[in-house]
Write a protein that binds this ligand. Structure first.
Ligand SMILES: Cc1cc2nc3c(=O)[nH]c(=O)nc-3n(C[C@H](O)[C@H](O)[C@H](O)COP(=O)(O)OP(=O)(O)OC[C@H]3O[C@@H](n4cnc5c(N)ncnc54)[C@H](O)[C@@H]3O)c2cc1C
Length: 418
């Protein structure tokens, strides 16, 4: 029996740990086009300063030895034949018995009319190092896109002393979270920090004029030294498009991380999983989903039985000293109930979205206390009708929850991942 894993991110690491939970004997081969050990992408910003890759390792570099994994690093998967269970990696043929596809996501790079200069992006180590090198002699940086990566990158570059222009198409940053109040509070914090935030702007064209770049917007223009595209990511499915794999936006997997092809599993940013809150398959490119999906796949690949049936978006970040945690759905349907509290002076905002008596979404900004309790309540689909007002209170604690609710939450902990 041979397990083959394509990728070396959080999903791949989760899968190795899942497989070795059941099977210490059989061979695991890991193939990754990046020639380095697994690193943590949420810490990629650190690479812009003096940090070395070692400081952002996802696991220690003896991990592969410890888990008895053979690595093929710095080589790309070129093609796959699912019928013969064969992969081609740099002209070499590799046979698999169980395969995990964990190729992650790639940058959604903008196509800017007329621009023949270098457009940077920031989704992997190679892109981060390229940007770092370029930054050495560049002071005015434009960042295109007000999502999580664009906003966090603008904070980092601003703290490094750069003049930052954050150019956003919508009315506010993090608009995909679906909560205007969060966007409004963060817009104000970003402006206060000194980052030049340009909202509701369309990029018309850009051109290089010697070492400078001029970006023409629908309202005004900007002259800068470098442009970074932060327009999100898309699943890295290009190699599998012409195969029998079921792919919509990402590779579709069931609650055991199985694809439609026997013995082929997928996990992480490359997938689409069933989001029970939306009642649809969604690509949710966040680290907990990648690791959790990989671990679940690893258990199932090695003969166990693990299921993930509570997938929904979650985000946790700190921007310019404001902490924010969001989970589940924040844009309510017309029949949903929305409860919120706002202390504008202290910049503390809490919001709950309740559907049919159950908590389906929560946002905590400025005071993230009790986020874990709220997440457990969403995950366990607990009826909160009797305590919904109390849930808004940051001081609610586990022991103030009704007994039946505590029992459901404790049970989910003790049963753990199956
Ligand atoms: C800058 C940044 C900040 C982030 N911040 C957060 C955060 O704060 N919180 C959070 O939850 N998530 C965050 N994320 C998202 C999170 O990092 C991802 O969800 C997670 O890394 C996905 O893991 P993965 O294993 O699916 O894919 P990846 O980590 O992308 O790994 C994909 C792997 O596949 C390999 N690969 C791809 N194609 C091939 C091929 N053809 N042949 C061989 N190998 C191949 C790559 O080399 C890589 O090893 C952030 C992402 C970025 C880029």
């Amino acid at each position: 029996m041979r397990y083959v894993i394509i990728g070396n991110g959080a999903a791949a690491i989760g899968a190795i740990e899942g497989i070795r939970n059941n099977d210490n004997e059989n061979e695991i081969i890991l193939i990754s086009k990046e020639n380095c050990v697994s690193y943590s992408k949420p810490q990629l910003y650190k690479m812009l300063k003096k940090d070395s890759l070692e400081n952002i390792y996802y696991r220690k570099d003896d991990f592969y030895n410890k888990y008895n994994v053979s690595t093929i690093l710095g080589k790309s998967l070129n093609s796959v034949d699912f019928n013969k269970k064969i992969l081609v990696v740099d002209k070499e043929t590799i046979k698999y018995d169980k395969l995990l596809i964990a190729t992650g996501a790639k940058s959604n790079v903008l196509d800017i009319k007329g621009f023949d200069g270098e457009l940077f992006s920031f989704t992997n180590i190679e892109e981060a190092l390229k940007l770092k090198e370029a930054l050495a002699n560049k002071d005015r940086i434009s960042i295109l896109g007000g999502g999580l990566i664009g906003v966090k990158l603008s904070e980092y570059l601003h703290n490094m002393g750069k003049e930052v222009f954050l150019i956003v198409g919508s009315k506010g940053v993090l608009s995909s979270l679906g909560d205007e109040k969060i966007s409004e509070i963060l817009n104000n914090e970003i402006i206060k920090s000194g980052v030049n935030l340009l909202l509701s702007r369309k990029i018309i064209s850009a051109k290089k004029e010697g070492p400078k770049i001029e970006i023409k917007l629908d309202k005004g223009s900007i002259t800068c030294d470098a442009v970074v595209s932060c327009k999100g990511v898309k699943p890295e499915v290009s190699l599998f498009q012409k195969t029998e794999l079921t792919i919509n936006r990402g590779i579709k997997v069931d609650d055991h991380m199985r694809t439609n092809i026997e013995d082929v599993f997928a996990a992480g940013d490359v997938t689409e999983m069933y989001n029970y809150l939306e009642d649809s398959y969604c690509n949710i490119p966040i680290l907990p989903n990648a690791y959790g999906g990989g671990y679940c796949a690893g258990i199932n690949m090695s003969g166990g039985d693990s299921k993930i049936d509570t997938v929904y978006p979650m985000n946790s970040l700190q921007i310019f000293d404001v902490e924010l945690i969001t989970m589940g759905l924040l844009s309510p349907n017309e029949n949903d109930e929305v409860l919120f509290s706002l202390d504008s002076e202290k910049k503390v905002y809490r919001k709950l979205v309740i559907r049919d008596g159950k908590l389906v979404g929560a946002a905590l900004l400025g005071d993230i206390d009790r986020a874990g309790i709220l997440n457990n309540i969403i995950r366990n689909k607990v009826d909160v009708s009797s305590i919904k007002e109390e849930l808004l209170n940051a001081k609610i604690n586990f022991y103030t929850l009704p007994r039946e609710m505590r029992e459901i939450i404790v049970k989910s902990y003790t049963e753990g991942i199956k």
